[in-house]
Design a protein around this ligand. Structure first.
Ligand SMILES: [Zn+2]
Length: 404
């Protein structure tokens, strides 16, 4: 049978992507009347990929969609929150707590972690690119490297983490933004002549689409950049270098040369974009190069996931945990001024006020109740609001002198 190998929303909501051992566990517990045992389970991670010291949480909205309508409470950090695996005192930080009868949500461990691990992995890597790219434009071009079923997820995670645009049509629709793109080599090859292709693009494509000419198809980037500038004149918004790996050499030097040649001929307004194999390291290398933006694909869509785990920390309200995990219900506080984190034991009935040990400011509580007895009790933020929140945090840690 020829078909797409995907689980649809209905499969996910019913828990059909779970690991079989959870189903067997629930079956056993039910037969002995233990499926109603109340547990608190914590979501934590031991470390972040790429040696990063901080991450960006994403996937919260999908977790809410998964767990709503079940008899449980969910406490979790706000979507887009900058977190660390451990607080300033070395205690592993819960990024969320599920509280309810174990049998009610046991089977959702697999999909829940998958939703958080992948979205947070893409958001974290994207945020580190944003953090290192100063004010350069960042475009997510990675749809083609992953299964199309998750295209909206990848673009969403990159966008909330500070990317400026995304290329896939469906993602743009869901985010309420305009899709961004230039032109493929195929267009130029079919015309067989760069100038004819660029001019045809200019003739037929909507006026509000910036004219960005692809300039590495047949000749040297410097030559084609000037050809494009001559062909489109003041209508040329920018040029894109998608230089093949075999011709790259020192791409920063190529970009500087293109900039120079455009400038001395009066094309100072023409922007330069780079795509093709761009990753975090390349963005760092080119931080001071005269490149105005990057189209980034594989490194973002294939970003390593964050290994979140879900573990019992209390049973019937009493602290208990497996070896290697800290028992008891906890909350996490963050200082809005110096970004110190502190994990504290927590009585969910009371909201402690805590002062930062380092600077004395009032700390903010990060675990917020979002589902109560199956009902959503918050208004989920729009992607643009989450993006603003992420950018604000990145600005704060930049001011504090943090690195990756
Ligand atoms: Zn502080």
């Amino acid at each position: 049978m020829v078909e797409f190998y995907i689980a649809d929303s209905n499969d996910i909501k019913k828990g059909r992507t779970t690991d079989i051992y959870f189903m067997r566990t629930v079956e056993v517990l039910k037969k002995d009347g233990k499926d109603k045992v109340h547990v608190d389970m914590e979501i934590t991670t031991n470390k972040l990929p790429y040696g990063f010291s901080w991450g960006i949480l994403a996937g919260v909205n999908e977790v809410i969609a998964l767990l709503k309508d079940h008899k449980l409470d969910l406490y979790i950090m706000r979507e887009g929150t900058l977190f660390k695996p451990r607080d300033d005192y070395g205690v592993r930080m819960p990024i969320g707590i599920i509280s309810g009868p174990y049998g009610e949500f046991a089977i959702y461990e697999t999909p829940l972690l998958g939703l958080l691990c992948q979205a947070s992995g893409v958001a974290t890597y994207s945020a580190h690119i944003r953090f290192n790219a100063s004010d350069k434009v960042l475009l997510s071009f990675g749809a083609r490297r992953m299964h199309p079923a998750i295209t909206p997820l990848i673009d969403y995670a990159a966008y909330i983490a500070g990317f400026d645009g995304i290329s896939a049509v469906i993602s743009a629709e869901k985010l309420g933004v305009k899709p961004t793109g230039t032109m493929p080599h195929a267009l130029i090859i079919i015309y067989g002549d760069q100038k004819k292709a660029w001019k045809a693009f200019d003739k037929y494509v909507d006026e509000d689409v910036p004219r960005i000419a692809l300039i590495d198809t047949f000749s040297d980037e410097k030559t084609e950049a000037l050809l494009a500038a001559e062909a489109l004149g003041s209508r040329l918004y920018g040029v894109r270098l998608d230089t093949p790996g075999s011709r790259r050499g020192d791409i920063g030097e190529v970009i500087r040369e293109v900039r120079w040649e455009l400038d001395i001929r009066g094309y100072k307004n023409v922007k330069i974009f780079l795509s093709g194999g761009v990753d975090l390291d390349e963005v760092k290398r080119l931080r001071d190069a005269p490149v105005d933006g990057f189209g980034i694909g594989t490194s973002v869509s294939n970003a390593r996931t964050i290994d979140f785990a879900l573990d019992i920390v209390a049973k019937e309200g009493k602290p208990i945990a497996k070896r290697g995990k800290y028992s008891g219900i906890k909350n996490v506080y963050r200082c809005p001024r110096c970004y110190s984190f502190k994990v504290v034991t927590w009585d969910k009935a009371t909201d402690k006020k805590i002062k930062c040990d380092k600077c004395g400011s009032d700390m903010e509580r990060l675990l917020i109740k979002v589902i109560e007895d199956g009902k959503i009790i918050i208004k989920p933020p729009k992607p643009s609001e989450t993006r603003e929140y992420v950018l604000k945090q990145l600005e704060d840690i930049r001011r504090l002198g943090w690195s990756d």
